[in-house]
Ligand binder design. Structure first.
Ligand code: LLP
Length: 418
């Protein structure tokens, strides 16, 4: 996905689609996440374009952005969903997602999560260990249904991405060791309350090369072959998510090239192909609007203290991630190098470091490419209410999540008698 294209300048002011960012700040305050409805639709449709003639399912990875309005929009386009918790299951169902298009990943599924997913009649559990398989069989037998499963194999392929978001190596906790997968399938075949549906892998996130995907798929397909020889026939192959986006100067393969490379490998198999993209569908469809509260400097540094912080956007702190910063109404002040930081009491609370910007106090800034893993990773650290979220559709603005009030933050807490 190309860099955020729905943000553009009009007579010196930034707009999101046809709405001025100043209007959004006046109406909803800051910090506020802004998403573009038309960019979301475009991203989904361009991912799907190369797949239309193939039996496929695009399961949006809910963890990337779990706002109900976004899930509802994707559901209306025919998307399925990759979930990793009972909470995500409830969200997807509430948003109108089709249970028969839900795959359930994650290494720590609890008994109650498994039960809820079985009762909802989801498409498939992506099983990450033998213990999990045994637990799923036990829960399924208790409620007398057959649990649909895939085994998530760990292909031991280097995704060449940040170590925190690499998942397909032996060092990582994810998936079943490639060499143990066949035995586990054979065991699953003998279980009365298990129905083998497919095979799954996911090797990491923000992957900008094609090769790791192709290598992982090759390994998965070699296993599909072995399974066939053992009379285990699959109805789907799930290749996971992970395709990267452009934050700065990365050039990930475009959707067409990516899907073609995958389809080339599986076209002779009579299976549905499942994808689990998260970031690629939402990352560049969202930005975070914030205001400069203070400028301060010492002998060596200029700081811009903005009203968005690590609790709103964790990625710079956690992964040293780069997010471009644009000024909403740039004025003629000196270009200086700034560390753009938030109000949270941690030195790790920064949004950007050493950026050349023309900044003044009270300026609005737009933090780019924050539609994925922005709001969904936010917290209330320092008792900061979460940001508001709005969606623009040409000249219309919809509030899709109200700003959290302080009272929202402690409403579940109780005093003890003293
Ligand atoms: N499927 C599974 C099983 C996953 O674990 C993930 C992401 C996805 C699909 C979607 O991956 P995507 O297409 O979005 O790359 N917080 C990190 C990213 C963590 C990704 C975790 N798993 C970040 O902000 O970069």
């Amino acid at each position: 996905m190309a860099q955020t294209s729905f943000i553009h300048a009009n007579q010196g002011i930034l707009f999101a689609e046809d709405v001025s960012l100043e209007t959004i700040a006046n109406q909803f305050g800051t910090p506020t996440y802004i998403y573009s409805k038309n960019t979301l639709i475009q991203a989904f449709e361009s991912f799907q374009k190369g797949l239309l003639k193939t039996n496929h399912l695009i399961c949006f990875a809910v963890k990337a952005n779990s706002n109900i309005a976004i899930l509802n929009l994707f559901a209306s386009l025919g998307a399925g969903f990759d979930i990793v918790s009972g909470g995500e299951l409830e969200r997807v169902l509430y948003a109108g997602g089709d249970p028969q298009k839900i795959v359930f990943s994650g290494v720590g599924k609890t008994v109650s999560e498994i039960e809820a997913a079985l009762k909802a009649n989801i498409l498939c559990f992506n099983v990450e260990s033998r213990s999990e398989l045994l637990r799923i069989e036990a829960v399924a037998s208790k409620i007398n249904v057959k649990a649909p499963i895939s085994i998530r194999v760990n292909p031991d392929v280097d995704a060449k991405t940040h170590p925190y978001i690499s998942t397909g190596l032996k060092d990582n906790k994810f998936g079943v060791d490639f060499n143990q997968a066949l035995a586990l399938y054979l065991e699953a075949k003998g279980m009365s309350y298990i129905e083998i549906k497919g095979i799954d892998c996911h090797i990491g996130s923000q992957i900008t090369e094609l090769k790791p995907f192709v290598d992982a798929l090759d390994r998965v397909l070699s296993l599909v072959d072995q399974l066939k020889k053992n009379n285990i026939h699959l109805s789907h192959v799930d290749i996971g998510g992970g395709i990267g986006i452009c934050y700065q100067d990365e050039s990930p393969p475009d959707f067409d090239i990516y899907t073609k490379a995958i389809l080339n490998k599986i076209q002779n198999l009579d299976v549905k192909i499942i994808f689990e993209p998260g970031r690629a569908l939402v990352g560049n469809a969202g930005v975070l609007l914030s205001k400069v509260e203070y400028l301060k400097q010492n002998d060596i540094k200029h700081f811009a203290i903005i009203d968005a912080a690590m609790n709103d956007l964790m990625r710079p702190t956690l992964y040293d991630a780069y997010h471009e910063i644009k000024i909403v109404r740039e004025q003629d002040t000196k270009l200086q190098s700034f560390d753009v930081v938030g109000p949270v009491c941690e030195s790790g609370d920064f949004i950007a470091k050493n950026r050349s910007l023309k900044l003044k106090e009270n300026d609005l800034v737009c933090i780019m490419s924050t539609g994925a893993y922005g709001m969904s990773m936010s917290s209330n650290y320092n008792s900061r209410g979460r940001a508001a979220e709005v969606m623009v559709d040409r000249d219309k603005i919809f509030e899709i999540r109200a700003r959290e009030k302080s009272s929202d933050l402690f409403k579940l807490e109780k005093k003890i008698p003293l």
